[in-house]
Design a protein around this ligand. Structure first.
Ligand SMILES: C[S@@+](CC[C@H](N)C(=O)[O-])C[C@H]1O[C@@H](n2cnc3c(N)ncnc32)[C@H](O)[C@@H]1O
Length: 464
């Protein structure tokens, strides 16, 4: 392993331990962020970025954790506020009360602290200071009537699963045997999984680094290591030096499924922020062309490669328009990690069920079909194309590929996964078992890690 002295200690002490912002200030910032997001129609991810501008990393982490908590308990806090307040107050007050209710039922702070700090937060902003008494009264009633209140609103499926009804119905229709587990898992905090950079270290060595740093972790995939307690990347040993990246274990299957040969020309058609591009380059001596349509995300992709010391030909272009970027030389392997609803990663993006519309999966399926059609000619005869989405809706998975195969006689599906359909729909999973090295070594096409997000894979081969 290079850089033997990359210990957690030196990196962790490099992060100054500032005083935390008091909870009341965090609540004020949360309310301001929610207000800005609703006025400017910001996505949850953009709201997080905007809210954290100018904050130290430990402050950002504290603020983000409350914003995530609020998003994961959005329906419950909204229903509770409705139960507790006969009339809806103005938006700032409503947001403050809902934030405090999320904290109250979230369990991190004592009830006394939440009430005290929420009232203080109301006083800190002139738009809410007149309502400090109301905030106090509402929260005290929430504590007094907690059991009754929670039982009453829990009957509502939107509260139980923190998702709108149409979303719940779609998950139920797509996965009638597993829909409750999927929705329950989606409402929880996601695990933090790392991908070890095999160009710099090995999973065994890196587990030792974590062990020495007192960070509890276990291996769950060929390069995947799960941290028992999530933490900011600044506190992950060797992260800045490119020893590891953050990447879900299910997502880490992409590089292993595509498995290009030495010297292969590989296209990663939808590449930013570069997790799968980097994993391919960490594992295989291939040359990668990485496309990304969004200029800002193209910069993220470049930054990922730079941090990890990897090289790919990066182009900002529309993969669906090959004449704008393709020189006509076909690729041995193509990865199409297509834009999708993200229905498999709701625990990472808890706003997804609320911000998607019912027909989004169908319009995204059309975009995916367009990308597949445009990219198929770029695959060499006998070459492979790995199609994947972080969705568990069939229109963005099995149905998409079945239609593609019916329209392309030169496409065959290389069997992957354990089901008879030759494709792999990973449903979000969280099990305590550890990595089965023998199983992974035996068959990379059927190995599934014990902890992962929802994902879909189909590995196509061009027969002609
Ligand atoms: C699911 S993300 C890819 C994640 C990436 N493969 C990784 O592992 O880090 C999809 C990406 O495709 C990009 N994208 C969407 N449509 C595209 C197109 N027509 N051409 C190229 N990139 C596109 C999006 O901007 C987004 O960054």
């Amino acid at each position: 392993m290079q850089n033997q002295n990359i210990g957690a200690k030196s990196e962790r002490t490099a992060v100054p331990k500032h005083r935390q912002l008091p909870l009341c200030r965090l609540i004020v910032k949360v309310v301001a962020a929610k207000l800005q997001a609703s006025q400017q129609k910001l996505s949850f991810a953009d709201m997080l970025d905007a809210a954290c501008v100018g904050l130290a990393s430990h402050e950002s982490a504290a603020l983000k954790s409350i914003l995530y908590l609020c998003e994961r308990s959005r329906a419950r806090s909204h229903a509770a506020a409705k139960y507790l307040m006969a009339r809806q107050p103005k938006p700032q007050v409503q947001m403050l009360v809902e934030t405090a209710l999320s904290l109250l039922f979230g369990g991190t702070y004592t009830e006394f602290t939440v009430v005290n700090q929420a009232v203080e937060a109301a006083r800190l902003d002139r738009r809410t200071e007149r309502f400090a008494g109301l905030v106090n009264a509402v929260l005290r009633r929430a504590i007094r009537e907690k059991t009754l209140l929670l039982n009453r609103i829990a009957e509502d499926p939107e509260v139980r699963f923190n998702a709108p009804r149409w979303w719940i119905e779609r998950i139920r229709a797509a996965h009638p045997e597993h829909w409750t587990e999927i929705l329950e898992l989606a409402a929880q905090k996601p695990p933090l999984t790392l991908r070890v950079n095999r160009r710099r270290t090995t999973p065994e060595e890196y587990l030792e680094v974590l062990n020495r740093a007192g960070i509890a972790a276990r291996r769950i995939g060929p390069e995947a290591i799960l941290l028992e307690s999530p933490r900011p990347v600044e506190e992950i040993p060797g992260f800045a030096m490119g020893l590891v990246s953050v990447q879900d274990a299910g997502t880490q299957m992409a590089a292993h499924l595509l498995a290009p040969n030495p010297g292969d020309a590989v296209l990663d058609a939808c590449a930013a922020p570069g997790g799968k591009t980097a994993h391919l380059l960490e594992l295989f001596d291939c040359s990668v062309t990485a496309l990304e349509i969004d200029p800002k995300r193209t910069e993220l992709l470049k930054a990922t490669l730079a941090r990890l010391g990897l090289f790919a030909r990066v182009t900002c272009a529309d993969a669906a328009d090959p004449k704008s970027w393709w020189d006509g030389r076909q690729f041995d392997a193509v990865l199409l990690d297509a834009p999708c609803t993200a229905s498999g990663i709701v625990r990472r993006q808890p706003d997804v069920p609320w911000t998607r519309r019912p027909d989004d999966s169908y319009s995204l399926a059309k975009t995916q079909a367009k990308l597949l059609k445009a990219l198929w000619p770029t695959v060499k005869p006998n070459g492979k194309l790995l199609f994947c989405t972080c969705s568990i809706f069939p229109e963005e998975g099995i149905e998409q590929i079945r239609r593609f195969m019916s329209e392309n006689a030169d496409a065959r599906c290389i069997p992957i996964g354990k089901s008879h359909v030759n494709m792999l729909t990973l449903l979000p999973r969280e099990e305590s078992s550890t990595y089965d090295e023998a199983a992974a070594a035996r068959d990379r096409f059927t190995f599934e890690p014990p902890v992962h997000d929802g994902f879909f894979y189909a590995l196509l081969q061009k027969t002609a």
